[in-house]
Write a protein that binds this ligand. Structure first.
Ligand SMILES: Cc1cc2nc3c(=O)[nH]c(=O)nc-3n(C[C@H](O)[C@H](O)[C@H](O)COP(=O)(O)OP(=O)(O)OC[C@H]3O[C@@H](n4cnc5c(N)ncnc54)[C@H](O)[C@@H]3O)c2cc1C
Length: 265
């Protein structure tokens, strides 16, 4: 690894000031994605701004019908949170499905969202629940946040501080996972918001996306048979050594059907 300056601020304000300086500053959360890219020389920051000492980024709370999760909350903390389990059990379950024990104890929701890996789990919950990503500068609706493969609406140096998830009437996440990494080959988050149904798909395309045909079918009748016959086009879907685009398209229908079944239990 090349030399870099290491900073450990204790407030978001100080972190933001540091993120505006240096040739190529980078925020460090759980390090589960960033450190690997540094080891592979795909990333060579001049300054690492470690967010781990910022207490205000670690809270998980229930606030006016929403669950508000601090950017530095670990996946394991979200999975174990009584508040999350009570209000949005599907979100706690999703966090518990991420990677392995080490990844869940180190990785954070803010890091996962900023990274926007095409196969990551949290983007499906954020888009499926219509959550709001809060930064040190503004609030970004889920529909505007995810822009493409490893690409988000975040500006350079902008820090995710928390994510606000509205509680749905019912919801579920199902994932067909890569058995080695546990990343999603296809993962589907279905949420019956009480005001329409949202279906968010991860793993299948370059970035998480909503499946409009399924949303329409489920909004008129929330039942597995509403989506069982919906065929998804393979055009533009990912194709790699794990699964072809056609197989992924087929999995979107199967996983959505299973998510609806799970949400109805
Ligand atoms: C073996 C393995 C298996 C995995 N399996 C899965 C899986 O099944 N599902 C899944 O979803 N993920 C999986 N992951 C990824 C894991 O969830 C990571 O934790 C996550 O992608 C990155 O989070 P992090 O906190 O480690 O971020 P870091 O690696 O520290 O940072 C990632 C990026 O986000 C930026 N960043 C971090 N925090 C913020 C913030 N608050 N505001 C703005 N930018 C920020 C950093 O600058 C960096 O660019 C796996 C990882 C590994 C190593």
């Amino acid at each position: 690894m090349h030399a870099f300056n290491y900073h450990r601020p204790s407030s978001t304000k100080d972190a933001a000031a540091l993120a505006g300086k240096g040739a190529e500053p980078k925020l460090l959360a759980g390090g589960q994605s960033l450190v690997q890219t540094m080891k592979l020389r795909l990333s060579a920051p001049s300054d690492l701004i470690d967010l781990n000492a910022i207490a205000e980024l670690k809270t998980i709370k229930s606030e006016g019908g929403a669950i508000v999760i601090g950017a530095m909350a670990r996946h394991a903390e979200v999975a174990a949170s009584n508040e999350v389990k009570k209000a949005i059990p599907a979100l706690a379950a999703l966090a518990g499905m991420i990677g392995d024990r080490q990844v869940r104890n180190q990785g954070t929701i803010g890091g996962s969202l900023a990274n926007n890996d095409p196969a990551a789990d949290y983007p499906a919950a954020v888009l499926g629940l219509g959550a709001t990503v809060v930064t040190n500068k503004r609030k970004i609706a889920a529909d505007q946040f995810f822009r493409g493969m490893f690409e988000t609406a975040l500006e350079p140096g902008e820090i995710i501080t928390q994510v606000s998830f509205p509680s749905p009437k019912r919801a579920a996440y199902t994932k067909f996972k890569n058995p080695a990494s546990r990343f999603a080959i296809v993962g589907v988050f279905v949420a019956d918001t009480g005001n329409g149904v949202r279906v968010a798909v991860t793993g299948a395309g370059p970035s998480v996306f909503r499946q409009a045909d399924m949303e329409k079918a489920l909004s008129s009748k929330f039942a597995p048979e509403s989506v069982a016959g919906v065929k998804v086009k393979a055009d533009g879907l990912n194709s790699d050594l794990h699964a072809s685009a056609e197989y992924r398209a087929h999995l979107v229908t199967v996983m959505t059907k299973r998510a609806v079944e799970a949400a109805m239990k």
